[in-house]
Write a protein that binds this ligand. Structure first.
Ligand code: TXA
Ligand code: MG
Length: 319
């Protein structure tokens, strides 16, 4: 029998029994557990093969319970929560002492968001606790955007994947931390930085060297398909370098005509970056299943969600 089910009562029962399950969100699917159950949270780390120092995101039902999780909340954090929750924005804030170290990797900060997905919200509203949930993929591999992706990874070890359809955003949340009350970008994501800056003014970009201590999950190899992947501004030129190979191509808007191409993924024929972002991981999952010699991906315009897509494609090229 499949582990995929759309029964919210069943999900509630399993979580109340301190089990770990797959859940939908609008960004990517998560591996969820009661934040106060060390047994269930430990299971997240062991299923994902994720190091304990890499903290998890706490999913809450509404901003009204934020003060139970975080303290000393900067004014700009409140403005962002008001503007974008529920939604694909994670805020890293000082934690309340009641938040277990296991969830925060021993840090005195905690990452929090309110997911904008009807099934996730219905679930959270029936629970007496928030859910810790990282993306539901093995450490370092491509994030799942459908219940089937999660089952493909974890069918044997999960009692249930709660089905909420294909993720509408398709890329992880944008993560913002604070330094002296000022916002810092920890991870590019489904919410464009320009949209955040429209609410709170300039957001400081963290450099690559700063990122390891600040956001331990941001190793450069992450979000990677198992097929060797290249990123280029000119796919047609790059194709010439592989005369006799089976190639998969991922492009933004316009298809390419070349007999070497075995599988081609066009992310948005209308040139819409939000649509392209929502399709990115599903396209990479499909390409990865085609037994290709390599994937050639086109660089996206470096604005709005194009920045996020380029970030994930760059990481996909790392071996
Ligand atoms: O869209 C998302 O954010 C998805 C869905 C399921 O909500 N979750 C997700 O979780 O992408 P995960 O664990 O794959 O990525 C969380 C990132 C990691 O890079 C982690 O290091 C960072 O958040 N993080 C968590 N707590 C942190 C903290 N206290 N300080 C800095 N970074 C933190
Ligand atoms: Mg992840």
């Amino acid at each position: 029998m499949s582990v995929i089910s759309s029964s919210i009562p069943k999900a509630v029962a399993l979580l109340n029994q301190e089990q770990t399950i797959g859940i939908p969100t609008e960004t990517v699917y998560g591996l969820a557990a009661n934040i106060y159950s060390s047994k269930a949270v430990e299971r997240i780390f062991s299923i994902k093969k994720r190091p304990f120092f890499n903290p998890l995101i706490v999913h809450i039902k509404s901003a009204t319970v934020l003060s139970e999780i975080a303290r000393d909340i900067p004014e700009k954090a409140n403005l962002l929560a008001k503007a974008f929750w529920p939604g694909p924005l994670t805020l890293v804030l000082k934690k309340q002492i009641s938040i277990p170290d296991l969830v925060t990797g021993g840090k005195d900060t905690v990452a929090i968001r309110v997911p904008n997905h009807p099934v996730a919200l219905a679930l959270l509203n029936q629970l007496a606790y928030p859910l810790a949930a990282p993306s539901a993929n093995p450490f370092g591999s491509l994030s799942p955007t459908t219940a089937i992706h999660v089952a493909d990874y974890f069918e044997e070890v999960l009692p249930m994947v709660l089905d909420g359809g294909a993720c509408q955003r398709g890329i992880e949340s944008t993560i913002i931390g604070f330094e002296n009350g000022e916002p810092i970008l920890y991870r590019l994501g489904s919410l464009a930085v320009e949209d955040i800056e429209a609410i709170v003014g300039p957001v400081k970009m963290i450099t690559h060297d700063d990122i390891a201590p600040a956001a331990p999950g941001m190793f450069s190899k992450h979000y990677a398909p198992s097929t060797t992947t290249f990123l280029t501004a000119d796919v047609t030129e790059k194709l010439k370098m592989f005369p006799d190979q089976k190639i998969g191509v991922l492009v933004f808007q316009k298809g390419i005509d070349d007999p070497k191409i075995v599988q081609q993924e066009i992310l948005s024929t209308t040139g819409n970056l939000a649509e392209a972002a929502s399709q990115l991981y599903a396209a990479l999952h499909r390409l990865d299943k085609c037994h290709l010699d390599c994937i050639i991906a086109e660089r996206f315009p470096d604005v709005g969600l194009g920045k996020t897509i380029n970030d994930r494609l760059k990481r996909a090229t790392k071996k």
